[in-house]
Design a protein around this ligand. Sequence first.
Ligand code: HEC
Length: 121
Amino acid sequence: MCHTEIDISRNHNNHTNKTMKITLSIVSLAFLLASPVAFGDAAEIYGKNCASCHGADGKGQTAMGKKFKLKDYTDAKVQASFSDKEATTVILEGKGAMKTKGKVADADVAGLVKYIRAFKK
Ligand code: HEC
């Protein structure tokens, strides 16, 4: 009797594990499918609002970029010189000649930070 009860509870656990695994797989798949879309938005926003200074390649080798001595975002040392939080603040608040305040929606900032990070070689 007792033995049977333990078996039942084991089976139940197995079932829960399977359900968990399936749920996790669905969640990961949803993230995989969602990320290129989010990145596409960031690419568009970057192209329209940031590339004129920071360059389409993130190197800052535009006329404006040279004037403001912008950093090369493909350089790992440059990437390490600021945190995601600092980048977020600069994008939302602007900094000096970078007048992006009010131009980027809160919901788009994380995507832009990711986009900038992706320039790193
Ligand atoms: C008018 C030119 C200009 C535009 C447009 C511009 N930036 Fe900047 N960006 C700057 C300047 C100038 C700085 C400050 C560099 C410094 O600290 O001396 C800066 C700094 C930053 C920083 C902080 C890290 C760093 O390099 O110091 C990030 C992140 C950044 N910009 C991202 C963006 C994003 C994303 C956009 C588009 C939404 C954007 N910038 C648009 C000129 C610009």
